[in-house]
Design a protein around this ligand. Structure first.
Ligand code: ADP
Ligand code: MG
Length: 373
């Protein structure tokens, strides 16, 4: 459009040609002031495309819980309330219904996500030191441990964000390490970040569409030219993204800007973005950090629903009552090594775990910088 304008105007300027620079300058300023994101970012254009995609704009921004401050850490009593709430929610939540809901389910024969001998150091610090574990489809596997014990590093190694110094990662029989994050994502591993990474200037829906587009693909030429196949793929991507937002309970807030929502909502949007990738495995890095009790309840039920859909979930979590609530299996890290593994109850009772993670009873506290319960 810009090129047409420039060349067209040059033709028509006639006697005004000597003022060409001024005229173009004024047009440029007008464009920057009125449509700074370009025509495709203009509100009327977005409304037009949203209407064509058959997506109903959000009726209420308030439903996002925007502006809500992240809650304080849980006390024992509140944690108990949360777990009751979680249990109630988990009982109610079901997979999104309607056409295409099946595409959110894990494909058959997903195999397991298996890590063998993972190792990574930074300078003199060995962050992850010979770690093995398995995430099974339909199972919530929690990774816990003190601060700095290597949990995030392990997740970054699995998802291809960090290069392995030693070890191997498999999905089923397929080796996936050393391929980079995009390949790992396409192999069916979706992740969230310890600090949510959203496009703040975009709507919640657009944040999730980014992931949905990786699944609902058309050729680049078709999407740029808005050929029918490109438009169909774009519509399916928006539907898939809307479904993923419904799945985490944010369907009503899809048009809200990411910059306007609470921290807890940001984390749920990240989960929705992971879900939109139709993953076989989802890796969550401290998804409950900074959430209010109600948001933690919603999150826990989403995590259980993911597992219920056959997805293998690896979740890094500090909050022990929540781990006991959500997890089927727990791996405890200390200094990059696994010090205990098993079902949540037996791990919580393990004396070694109590020593490094909870702190010895009567111990002066956490001068070591470790997390206490
Ligand atoms: P956790 O998530 O369990 O709190 P991390 O995996 O973030 O622990 O960190 C484990 C150790 O590795 C820490 O000592 C940390 O300082 C170090 N580490 C992690 N990432 C990096 C990095 N990118 N550069 C240097 N050191 C790092
Ligand atoms: Mg971490």
């Amino acid at each position: 459009l810009g090129t047409a304008l420039v060349f067209g105007l040059t033709e028509f300027l006639g006697g005004l040609a000597q003022y060409q620079g001024i005229i173009f300058g004024v047009i440029l300023l007008a464009v920057v002031a009125t449509v700074p994101d370009g025509f495709m970012g203009a509100r009327w254009w977005r409304r037009f495309t949203t209407a064509r995609a058959g997506i109903r704009p959000s009726p209420a921004r308030a439903a996002s819980g925007g502006g809500e401050a992240p809650g304080p850490p849980l006390s024992d009593q509140r944690a108990e309330d949360v777990s009751k709430e979680t249990a109630a929610l988990a009982g109610r939540r079901s997979l999104p219904a309607g056409p295409g809901a099946d595409t959110l389910r894990a494909g058959p024969g997903a195999g397991t996500l298996r890590a063998e001998g993972l190792r990574r150091s930074f300078g003199g610090v060995i962050a992850v030191d010979g770690l093995d574990f398995v995430v099974r489809p339909g199972i919530v596997h929690a990774l816990i441990g003190p601060n700095g014990s290597g949990k995030t590093t392990a997740l970054n190694l699995l998802s291809g964000f960090y290069r392995l110094e030693a070890g191997r990662v498999f999905i089923g029989e397929r080796r996936i390490d050393g391929r980079g994050p995009a390949t790992v994502a396409r192999a069916g591993i979706a992740r969230t970040f310890q600090t949510p990474k959203l496009m703040l200037g975009a709507s919640l829906l657009d944040n999730v569409v980014i992931a949905a587009q990786a699944v609902e693909r058309s050729t680049d030429v078709a999407s740029v030219l808005r050929a029918p196949s490109g438009r169909r793929a774009a519509r399916r991507a928006r539907e898939r993204a809307a479904q993923a937002l419904d799945f985490v309970g944010l369907g009503e807030s899809r048009e809200t800007l990411a910059s306007e929502v609470s921290h807890g909502t940001e984390r749920l949007v990240e989960v929705a973005r992971a879900v939109a990738l139709a993953p076989r495995f989802v890796l969550l890095d401290e998804p409950a950090a900074g959430l209010s009790p109600a948001e933690i309840g919603a999150l826990a039920s989403v995590v259980r629903a993911l597992a219920g859909a056959g997805i293998g979930v690896l979740v890094i979590e500090h909050n022990l009552p929540l781990v006991l609530e959500m997890a089927d299996e727990v791996t405890v890290l200390d200094h990059g090594r696994c010090i205990a593994r098993g079902d949540p109850e037996s791990v919580a009772a393990d004396p070694e775990v109590v020593r490094v993670y909870v702190g010895v009873p009567g111990d002066a506290g956490d001068a070591s910088g470790r997390v206490s319960p």
